[in-house]
Design a protein around this ligand. Structure first.
Ligand code: AKG
Length: 276
């Protein structure tokens, strides 16, 4: 099954490195994100998707928009029906949230902001654990600043809702895809649905463990590590008993930065798999 890593484990760096190399994904506990905040996020997500459709459409994603209500952005890559609805937050959700909840929007903005702050720190920490396991240091990454932060990193929060589906075997919540991020940190509520793929074992369900988070290697980290870390193929299944929510923190580099294999991870035995 997918590696389950306690971030307070003294061998955490090698565990994260091993999970990134073998699966491109893992689950974490003791990650420092308060469970009260995860509950708040779940509450926010539930309240959002339970709004009447006409209210949700007030905050609909415009055709070229990256934020707002509508099918997940990745949807445009797929020509398949998806049994889900999504809402993407990029930057301040104030305008959209005001349209959704004319009265309570400020409270929800605060929750999102607090979540974003925790996720940003956690993403940087996981990134250093993962890259550190390959011997990569701060000086090897131009956009890393002292103190281990990543300058100008871009993030989005993708909220997903998978309603009860009468014929779950004939539908998919989200079809198989890899994330185009550096890293994705996902919180799933207590309904199973997420599956990850590995060639030798096929599709594996990632069981929801209360309070834990799932971390996925995205395409850009795959490129940055010159293929050392695979970006994990994953999908979300639906079921006929319970609806399901998930909250993905999509984390990437500054949007104008070109990502190529780190010179440190390129040598005659490991020629660059991608152009620099
Ligand atoms: C995504 O938002 O890209 C996901 O893959 C979500 C997966 C899930 O809902 O478990």
């Amino acid at each position: 099954s997918l590696p389950f890593i306690d971030l307070s484990d003294p061998h955490v760096a090698s565990r994260v490195g091993h999970a990134c190399t073998t699966w491109g994904a893992f689950q974490i506990t003791n990650h420092g994100v308060p469970s009260r905040l995860l509950d708040d996020m779940e509450f926010l997500t539930g309240s959002l998707f339970r709004l009447p459709v006409h209210r949700k459409l007030n905050a609909a994603r415009r055709e070229d928009g990256i934020s707002g209500y509508g099918v997940a952005r990745i949807a445009s890559f797929f020509n398949k029906q998806m049994w889900s609805e999504g809402f993407t937050v990029v930057g301040s959700p104030l305008d959209d949230f005001h349209k959704l909840w004319p009265v309570h929007h400020l409270k929800y903005c605060e929750i999102i902001q607090e979540y974003e702050e925790h996720m940003q720190k956690l993403a940087a920490k996981l990134m250093w654990l993962a890259l550190g396991s390959l011997g990569v240091e701060e000086k090897d990454i131009e956009w890393a600043s002292p103190g281990s932060d990543f300058r100008g990193a871009q993030a989005a929060i993708q909220l997903n809702h998978y309603p009860i589906c009468p014929e779950p075997d004939r539908a998919m919540g989200l079809p198989a895809h890899t994330d185009s991020t550096l890293m994705t940190i996902l919180y799933q509520n207590n309904t199973a649905g997420l599956q990850v793929y590995r060639d030798d074992v096929g599709w594996v369900t990632v069981p929801p463990v209360p309070g834990s988070l799932v971390v996925n290697v995205g395409d850009l980290l795959h490129i940055l590590t010159n293929g050392m870390f695979p970006s994990v193929l994953h999908r979300a299944r639906v079921n006929h008993l319970q609806s399901r929510f998930s909250m993905a923190y999509l984390w990437g580099p500054p949007s104008d930065l070109m990502i190529s294999p780190l010179p440190k991870l390129v040598d005659p035995l490991h020629p660059p798999l991608y152009p620099s």
